[in-house]
Design a protein around this ligand. Structure first.
Ligand code: NA7
Length: 540
């Protein structure tokens, strides 16, 4: 560490939705001296990196996948489509950064390579890859739930000589697929969004699929001026509804499946399918994500739609998902299954025909060889915990997060970690994160963090630290919610199952509304579950 780090009140790592709002709130609303850092060349976080063709928010998003706190901001931004594109989200975040003059306080192209807690000084000191050192009482980690790319390690993959891109690290320049034979590995959101776009341009696309997926039609369309005006007019009410309903202001069903005949239920599924977006998942009948029989019925409905759409029965058979509907990230597509009716698209089912190795110009599976010029890795992320482990802060006694989280991602309220005083996470393990609208979740979490900081300052306190007991109780709460659903029965990135060797643990809080009530209760109870340390003379 350098001898004289520049001193701030708070250091914020990351300038995506969470980090930008944290900078605005702590600096402009609370008057703190704040410095942001981001390894990327600009704001946007996830939306800076994930610029692959077809990238969109995986929800019917406009104008809800956006900051909610300012009516002026809502009024002045023109969303144009119902399912927001990556470019539109990034343009919005750039606007937000300019409007609130945030860039001047962020160091871009700068990775924080070390972060250590100083117990005597009750502060964090960071060092960057450019040799800068800074310290602050509070370290806010807005490092992204989907940041650390999962790179498959098939034999010979590094020998592949053609262009190779991970969807989460897409180049900041045009990538041309014209005249190319493209191999795509992975059929999560990134694969399913990009495959139709790539197929439109490429000579040939071979999709290597490990798990067939449920995907619902997004039915993306222009957002009308009347719709947008209506949303703006009702914004306060919509915001309240989002906060109460798990992040989105959409209707969720109160209907009991048992009170309807199979034909009536099918008619309802059909209606919601035609409506598009996530409505089939959230608005058919109560209990789709917890009742096995009902879940199977909805799953079979989606499979029937895939069968209807895909002309070749062998290809359709390979595309049949067989896990519990909705227990992996639900995908919204724009013509994914239809893409398999094109002459230039082939599907390899890796369960029947696994990849053996790569050569400089092909993928060899057990049953054949597929010549490719370009490889697209849509293989996802070491989600939620990966970016914190990548940062690997060193807490009390120099214990690193990698040591602490070797077996389990223990945390309290999804925002704090025992042994890491004055460190706050936005969208960490144990928070609603991807199960809530992330911009709104980030706002609410940041406001809670801000209140906690104010409390410390008003009370002459120097540090706040979760207790290990509180972490254990929190772990129980998260799990008891998850165990009432079918999520834990599926191998998904929600369970850490996509990364070899990653501890199996449900990584989010499924009841966002309840979660934010809980945060408020903890604060009202004098920060229950935390140890609050008096300020040392030098930090008071
Ligand atoms: P996902 O959803 O994690 O999807 C990754 C896909 O890649 C998925 O189909 C994986 O199969 C597949 N995968 C991962 N590793 C391999 C290997 N080694 N071989 C073959 N196939 C593999 O990531 P996305 O980027 O699509 O989406 C992430 C989130 O971003 C998404 O949920 C949205 O919230 C936005 P698997 O299903 O694990 O068998």
């Amino acid at each position: 560490m350098q001898n004289n780090p520049v001193r701030y009140d708070a250091i914020i790592i990351g300038s995506g939705f969470g980090g930008l709002y944290a900078l605005h709130h702590l600096r402009d609303n609370m008057g703190l001296k704040v410095r942001g850092f981001d390894g990327a060349g600009g704001v946007g976080g996830t939306w800076w990196y994930n610029r692959y063709p077809g990238a969109r928010v995986d929800a019917p998003s406009s104008p809800f996948y956006a900051y909610t706190f300012s009516q002026d901001l809502v009024d002045e931004w023109e969303w144009t489509e119902t399912q927001t594109s990556q470019g539109a989200v990034l343009a919005y975040l750039e606007h937000f950064a300019d409007r609130f003059d945030l860039r001047k306080d962020i160091r871009f192209n700068t990775w924080v390579k070390d972060a250590r807690y100083d117990e005597a000084g009750q502060c964090w000191t960071i060092e960057t890859d450019s040799g800068e050192s800074a310290s602050a009482q509070f370290l806010i980690c807005a490092v992204g739930a989907l940041f650390v790319a999962n790179m498959p390690d098939y034999p010979g993959i590094s020998d592949f000589a053609g262009e190779c891109y991970h969807t989460g690290r897409w180049p900041h320049r045009e990538v041309s697929f014209a005249g190319k034979r493209v191999g795509v590995i992975g059929t999560g959101s990134s694969g399913i969004q990009s495959i139709p776009e790539i197929a439109r341009q490429a000579e040939h696309v071979t999709v290597f699929q490990r798990t067939p997926q449920y995907s619902l039609p997004a039915r993306n369309r222009p957002l009308t001026a009347e719709e947008l005006a209506g949303f703006r007019q009702d914004w306060d009410e919509l915001r309240t509804s989002m906060r109460k309903r798990g992040g989105w202001p959409f209707k969720t069903s109160r209907l009991r499946a048992a009170e309807y005949s199979p034909e009536q239920r099918r008619a309802r599924y059909e209606e919601l399918w035609q409506q598009g977006g996530i409505h089939l998942a959230i608005n058919s009948f109560v209990g789709v994500l917890s009742d096995k029989a009902l879940n199977e019925e909805v799953g079979e409905f989606v499979r029937s739609k895939i069968r209807e759409t895909v002309a070749d029965p062998d290809t359709a058979a390979k595309l049949m998902p067989d896990y519990y509907f909705g227990t992996k990230r639900l995908i919204l597509d724009n013509g994914y299954f239809e893409t398999y009716n094109r002459d230039n698209v082939a599907l390899v089912d890796l369960r029947q025909d696994p990849i053996k190795e790569f050569t400089s110009s092909s993928v060899r599976t057990e049953q054949g060889e597929h010549a490719i010029d370009m490889l697209v890795l849509a293989t996802g992320f070491d989600a939620v915990s990966g970016s914190m482990l990548n940062l690997n802060p060193k807490g009390r006694g120099g214990v690193s997060l990698q040591q602490k989280w070797g077996q389990r991602f223990d945390n309290y309220l999804g925002t704090t970690i025992a042994g890491f005083p004055n460190l706050f996470m936005i969208h960490g393990p144990g928070a609603p994160g991807v199960f809530f609208t992330m911009p709104l979740g980030g706002e609410l979490t940041t406001e809670w963090i801000g209140n906690c900081i104010s409390h410390l300052r008003e009370q002459g306190l120097g540090a706040v630290e979760a207790t290990a007991d509180a972490e254990a109780i929190w772990d129980g709460e998260i799990n008891s919610i998850a165990e009432r659903t079918l999520y834990p029965h599926t191998n998904s990135w929600y369970m850490g199952a996509n990364i070899p060797g990653k501890p199996r643990q449900f990584l989010g809080h499924l009841r966002g509304s309840q979660y934010f009530d809980r945060l408020a209760e903890v604060a009202e109870a004098g920060y229950e579950g935390f140890v609050l340390e008096p300020a040392q003379p030098e930090t008071a």
